[in-house]
Design a protein around this ligand. Structure first.
Ligand code: FA5
Length: 349
């Protein structure tokens, strides 16, 4: 081999490598090309090894050519590296790109149950009228649930309540209504040395062995009562109308029907015009155009006496309303069982 062939070999090597470097798209490719050209076993080393075969006077020139090619290749490698680095950064940024102007993702939060919110709202309406909030237990004595409310053991009203008795706890029932809170609250007020006027609401769950589109084995009631001198049915009517108008945010027809509860005398049942069918008749109102929403009356003198309040000096009214029915009417829920079926579609209401 002569010097010319040596120079041509290196020139060809440099050209080929420059062309490949120009096409390289990653640092890994550039590094592979560097190893191939300038590595320990690289092509330049191999070319240098052949210098010994040249004529002695050509060797110096060959060394110069080899150094120049090496420098040229190093320059090309550095250029390629710089170019590919930019390319790689661009690719990475493209992959990791975020758009801070996009709206955030809403975390899947739960919503409070329509009944819980409604119960709170109803209680707030009564509180705004001056009622105090009291509580009673869900596992109640038969005495509070029945006897003290003038429902003695053999009284047919006991059967009407479809009571859940507790097998292992004689004398206790799941309360069938919130009326026992009347007794508890009146006694507690007396024990605290407080005198009428007394205006109390109590809200909570009640239980009856009963189930169809308008009856559920567990439902909610709000009990309310007022005891003072000269309380009459007119006060009851005013209070209920005011509550119903606040709850429905509109006027709705109301009718009081004579009824019977052992713990009130006289007793009434309050119906409201069915807001689902506007009184025309539908499944919810059983085609009558009216829905019974609550029972009420003047507190029976014997109940006042049982609670330690002298009936010759004081009188009172009481009412117990079905929370689910009022929510169904306001929001057009056609079946009471939907409240307890775990269907989350109403969550955002
Ligand atoms: C009572 O429970 C009486 N304690 C109400 C009362 C209180 C009267 C104070 C007088 C003085 P009644 O059984 O009618 O009454 O129930 C009251 C309301 O609860 C009904 O008007 C109805 O709206 C609702 N209700 C009754 N049973 C169910 C049930 N199974 N599912 C859903 N709501 C019901």
């Amino acid at each position: 081999m002569d010097l010319k062939a040596f120079a041509e070999r290196l020139e060809a090597l440099a050209r080929e490598l420059e062309a490949q470097l120009a096409r390289a798209e990653s640092l890994r490719e550039v590094e592979a090309l560097r190893v191939r050209a300038l590595g320990k076993k690289g092509e330049l080393k191999q070319a240098l090894a052949s210098i010994g075969a040249l004529a002695p006077d050509a060797r110096k020139e060959a060394g110069r050519i080899a150094n120049a090619v090496k420098a040229r290749l190093e320059g090309a490698l550095a250029d390629a590296r710089a170019r590919v680095e930019v390319l790689e950064r661009k690719r990475r940024m493209e992959a990791e790109r975020i758009d801070p102007t996009l709206p955030g993702r809403r975390p899947p939060l739960g919503a409070r149950h329509l009944l819980s919110r409604s119960l709170e709202e109803m209680v707030a309406i009564f509180r705004a009228m001056g009622f105090a909030l009291e509580e009673g237990p869900e596992i109640e004595t038969e005495r509070h649930n029945f006897d003290d409310l003038n429902i003695p053991p053999e009284h047919p009203a006991r059967a009407m309540h479809d009571t859940f008795f507790l097998r292992d706890l004689a004398g206790y029932v799941l309360r069938t209504h919130t009326s026992p809170v009347q007794i508890r609250a009146m006694r507690a007020w007396r024990e605290r040395g407080m005198q009428p006027p007394l205006a109390v609401v109590a809200a909570g769950r009640v239980f009856r062995c009963d189930e169809d589109a308008t009856h559920s084995p567990m439902f909610h009631q709000i009990e309310g009562f007022v005891v003072d001198r000269h309380i009459s049915l007119a006060h009851l009517k005013w209070t209920l109308r005011r509550f119903l108008e606040a709850w429905f945010a509109r006027t709705a027809p109301i009718r009081l029907r004579p009824s019977y509860f052992p713990f009130t005398e006289p007793s009434v049942e309050v119906d409201i015009g069915c807001l689902i069918c506007e009184g025309r008749g539908c499944r919810v109102c059983k085609e009558s155009g009216w829905l019974e929403v609550l029972g009420a009356g003047m507190i029976h003198p014997r109940v006042l006496e049982n609670a330690g309040i002298p009936p010759e000096r004081f009188s009172g009214f009481a009412f117990g309303l079905g929370v689910e029915r009022l929510v169904m009417l306001k929001y057009g829920v056609p079946d009471l069982r939907w409240f307890f079926q775990g269907d989350v579609r109403a969550g955002g209401m």
